[in-house]
Design a protein around this ligand. Structure first.
Ligand code: DAV
Length: 348
């Protein structure tokens, strides 16, 4: 029996990467940076993307919160790894473009772990082109320990890959596979892939080809055209999921998911104590991390959500991540579960 794998979003968590806020700053010339913003970002205060972008106190508070999350996970006997901080002062270039560099706060976007396979995904942002390098000590170690490790074909991310006219259904053209790992949710042999500004159809096709016949990649369409799936659907345990009621209705829910019990996420508690601008929508509050099928880690201020989870038999560890919305990542984003105890199963 193969150990050392991860098959879904909920089996007992054993090993996880937690991102870092060290050196965080926003890129100024990433053509698709807007794709990182929530789809309803127009309703949010505009960030001033000219330097100096993020005050040091905000990064320090975030690192403090991340370290606290790490301590809690470690107290639960979960192994936690951190990436190497990125030098975000450099410029990167390919034959087609140059870009400044994003920070590695969200491992969820960069690496996709399915079964014994770790995939460096063909991400949407130029500024994140080499972000997987900051995880290489970790991925190399997992490779030596028996995991399979691949990098998707590097997308060229040329200007023609994006349709920024505002008229397109999503900003990505279909010239080559492009997707962030956070467009994907895992449920054993069934994999859910959001088609959105951070994932095109060719990306789903590539993922299906790499995973092979044992898996089915289900594309989720017309749910949310913004970035990533994890503030839209959260799979909690077999048969139970949390959905964003503003984005998901019975008619756009993938057919196969209709067999599961749906918890509509209650309205989010919005914390106005920091009036710093936000990269994410308020729905980032439903971006949670399952520790076991009976235990979730959730933003502590989301008390209505916590009460509903408890009603469904899920205990909650409340945590603090004060600048989650500013930095564009909640608990699911800032974590990458590499190992969960369990087998590959069929849940549908
Ligand atoms: O709703 O703002 C955030 C998703 C981050 N992974 C939103 C999308």
């Amino acid at each position: 029996m193969l150990m050392n794998q991860v098959h879904n979003e909920w089996d007992p968590l054993q090993e996880v990467i937690i991102g870092t806020a060290v050196n965080a700053r926003f890129p100024k010339n990433d053509i698709a940076f807007a794709a990182l913003k929530a789809d309803d970002a127009s309703k949010l205060p505009e960030l001033d993307y000219s330097a100096p972008i993020l005050p040091q106190w905000l990064l320090d508070e975030t690192e403090e919160d991340l370290n606290q999350i790490v301590s809690i996970l470690e107290s639960l006997k979960i192994k936690v790894m951190r990436p190497e901080p990125i030098d975000t002062t450099v410029n990167i270039r390919t034959p087609h473009w140059n870009s400044d560099v994003f920070f590695n706060y969200c491992p969820r976007d960069i690496l996709l772990a399915i079964g014994d396979l770790i995939i460096e995904t063909p991400g949407v942002n130029r500024s994140r082109y080499f972000e997987s390098f900051s995880y290489r000590k970790i991925t190399q170690k997992y490779f030596l320990d028996g995991r399979r490790w691949v990098s998707a074909p590097k997308p060229q991310l040329q200007d023609c890959d994006y349709d920024l006219s505002g008229n397109a259904k999503i900003i990505l053209n279909e010239n080559e596979p492009i997707f962030d790992a956070a467009n994907v949710l895992r449920a054993g042999k069934d994999i859910f892939y959001l088609v959105s500004n951070s994932g095109n159809y060719l990306g789903a096709k590539w993922l299906q080809a790499i995973l092979g016949k044992e898996y089915t990649v289900h594309t989720c369409e017309n749910l949310y055209r913004g970035v990533h799936i994890d503030s839209t659907i959260a799979l909690l345990k077999p048969g139970l999921m949390l959905i964003n009621p503003e984005r998901v209705q019975p008619q756009n829910l993938p057919e196969i998911l209709k067999t599961w019990t749906v918890i509509p996420c209650p309205p989010m508690v919005i914390d106005n104590s920091s009036n710093f601008p936000a990269l994410s929508s308020p729905w980032l509050g439903m971006n949670l991390l399952m520790i076991t099928p009976e235990l979730a880690m959730v933003d502590a201020k989301q008390t209505p959500l916590i009460r509903i989870l408890e009603k469904h038999g899920i205990n909650v560890i409340g945590i603090k991540l004060r600048h989650a919305r500013t930095l564009g990542g909640g608990l699911h984003c800032i974590s990458l579960d590499l190992t969960r105890k369990g087998q590959l199963e069929n849940y549908f």
